[in-house]
Design a protein around this ligand. Structure first.
Ligand SMILES: C[S@@+](CC[C@H](N)C(=O)[O-])C[C@H]1O[C@@H](n2cnc3c(N)ncnc32)[C@H](O)[C@@H]1O
Length: 201
């Protein structure tokens, strides 16, 4: 489908999946953005919680900042991690919300979802689940979550209004969003918007 962004949305989605399948399966191969456990430590993730995140997930961490810097999550909270990737943030969140809380991570790249699921098993965290799905159309009922976290994802999504509308639909009244993302201060040129590499990075 061609949209006013000047790019084909299915091509864009496919290129994003390809990039993040590589972040999942070949984390050492080098990207234009920082990745890995050392990067999460640089961002001040709590070391004792990060220690429980298996290497297979931490190595593919590709967040842009630390959503927990906006506040710790509380025991008992229901959390959605939008674009969970290999699951580092979800696995950290699962420890914060225990006992009684639950984390759901959703991502559109199957390799990432598989990696996150394997890590939850390895870490013995049974209050976290990972699903395949699209941030523009969430498979959850209204008002299901107390908190939505997300890290480095919404910048990749063409229809940002759709994402925020879905986030507010699935949050309970008075719920919180703790989002780390890339923002720009001036409009991107039409030519820039057509460059898929600028989107996927
Ligand atoms: C930069 S990575 C960040 C992953 C994870 N949040 C982290 O911090 O490691 C971006 C992730 O967003 C996912 N993603 C991009 N667009 C998406 C969409 N429309 N719906 C769901 N996931 C999406 C990608 O598959 C990728 O795993």
């Amino acid at each position: 489908m061609a949209v006013e962004l000047g790019i084909d949305i299915e091509t864009l989605r496919s290129e994003i999946r390809k990039t993040y399948a590589r972040v999942s399966d070949e984390p050492e191969s080098g990207f234009i953005f920082p990745t890995g456990r050392a990067w999460a430590l640089d961002l001040d993730y709590p070391r004792e919680l990060l220690d429980r995140v298996p290497d297979r997930s931490a190595a593919s961490f590709a967040g842009v900042a630390n959503p927990f810097a906006l506040g710790a999550l509380e025991p008992g909270e229901a959390v959605l991690d939008l674009g969970a990737g290999a699951g580092t943030d979800s696995l950290v969140a699962a420890q914060m919300v225990a006992p009684g809380g639950r984390v759901t991570g959703i991502d559109m790249t199957p390799e990432m979802v598989a990696r996150a699921q394997a890590s939850a098993l390895e870490a013995g965290l049974d209050n976290v689940e990972f699903l395949s799905g699209d941030a523009e159309s969430l498979p959850f009922e209204d008002e299901r979550f107390d908190v939505v976290i997300s890290n480095g994802v919404i910048d990749l999504v063409p229809d940002k209004d759709a994402v925020f509308s879905e986030v507010f639909r699935v949050l309970r009244p008075g719920g919180r969003i703790q989002i780390a993302d890339v923002t720009i201060q001036s409009p991107v040129s039409e030519e820039g918007r057509r460059k898929i590499d600028l989107w996927t990075g």
